[in-house]
Design a protein around this ligand. Structure first.
Ligand code: ZN
Length: 356
């Protein structure tokens, strides 16, 4: 039976979940999605690997991307999915019911239904989100065919419990390496202890008061933490090197270059600074009129996203982006992930009201 996009978003979620699509095995689901969308004459459909793009071409002044990944983390005795009632709440239970087949179902249903939306819409269903980012379908499209991502605003249907989560913090990881000189620990004065030289760095980190920075009306709380530490060679040797691995989560209003400069200014006086990883944050873009209308349609206050998500890929292309989808994000990847049915229809109604 081919996918029927006129089914309810709840039924569609169940069908999507039961087509197993663990990362790397998205082909069958991508085929189903592509075939179902190709039956819609108002959509132009393109396929790139296991990524499917469907877009309206109505010549509207604004274009919106609605995107979702179709892969899941590995199945663990939680397929097929099933309906359950717990504490008076009706749920769909099993792999993908939170992360993020209901968001995909809502998008598919509205892609088929909204033949003349108020804005042009690019519906995007992509592969390999749950694995290393060099495999990510969205990242691949941004590299190879960025024109397909062109838009004024983007919504990712990742689970947010039906709230709007805007943008995300950036993240950088770096080492601060202190150096000394080895000696026998029985004659420690002959050496120079690199671990002891780490003390002021740790004191600085312990006393550091991270900022909370408001960006487009959302308060982004920053974090600066030592997350790993290593040093020393043996129980009777003065250590000649100590590396403190530090993670800085910075508000999306800071550019990566400014974040790096701030960290270098702070830590270079204490040791060698080695940058390991740096990903920019994403501005929520909630000051945009399009976003304001979206918030009004959802009818709930927007929240900042602290973790790094694919919205940053849109932000890197200059497109403000938010997360908005059914399901409790804290249940994502859990073996007992389950979504309240009313969150699926709630997200569907809000998106329909805004796009329609
Ligand atoms: Zn996800």
């Amino acid at each position: 039976m081919p996918l029927d996009l006129s089914a309810t978003s709840i039924e569609l979620t169940r069908e999507l979940c039961d087509i197993e699509s663990v990362s790397g095995n998205e082909k069958a689901l991508a085929d189903e999605i592509e075939q179902a969308l190709r039956r819609m004459p108002h959509l132009e459909v393109l396929r790139d690997g296991d990524l499917v793009v469907a877009r309206t071409r109505l010549g509207r002044a604004r274009r919106v991307v609605v995107a979702g990944h179709i892969d899941t983390v590995p199945v663990n005795g939680n397929l097929p999915v099933r309906f359950e009632t717990e504490g008076g709440v009706d749920y769909l239970w099993g792999r993908g019911t939170v992360d993020m087949k209901p968001g995909v179902a809502v998008a598919l249903k509205l892609a088929a239904e909204l033949t003349a939306p108020a804005v042009d819409v690019t519906w995007l269903f992509y592969d390999h989100e749950e694995v290393a980012s060099d495999l990510n379908g969205l990242a691949r499209l941004a590299r190879t065919r960025p024109e397909l991502l062109a838009a004024d605003f983007a919504i990712l249907g990742e689970p947010t419990g039906g709230a709007v989560e805007g943008g995300c913090n950036g993240t950088m990881r770096f080492d601060v390496i202190t150096r000394g000189r080895r000696a026998h620990s029985a004659r420690g004065w002959m050496g120079e202890n690199a671990i002891h030289k780490a003390a002021p760095i740790l004191a600085l980190l312990a006393d550091f008061q991270p900022e909370t920075i408001e960006v487009d009306g959302l308060a982004y709380r920053e974090n600066l933490n030592a997350v790993l530490i290593g040093g020393g060679v043996a129980g009777n040797v003065i250590p000649d090197e100590c590396a403190i691995h530090i993670n800085y989560r910075f508000a999306p209003s800071r550019t990566p270059a400014r974040a790096e400069a701030a960290m270098r200014a702070l830590f270079e006086p204490f040791g060698e600074f080695v940058l390991r990883d740096l990903s920019p944050g994403a501005r929520p873009g909630l000051d945009d009129p399009l976003a304001q209308e979206f918030l009004a349609a959802v009818g709930r206050e927007a929240k900042p996203k602290y973790g790094w998500t694919d919205v940053a890929r849109f932000s890197a292309l200059g497109i403000p982006a938010v997360n908005f989808g059914p399901g409790d994000p804290s249940l994502a990847h859990a073996d007992d992930e389950r979504v309240p049915l009313e969150q699926i229809t709630g997200c569907e109604d809000a998106l329909r009201a805004w796009l329609g």
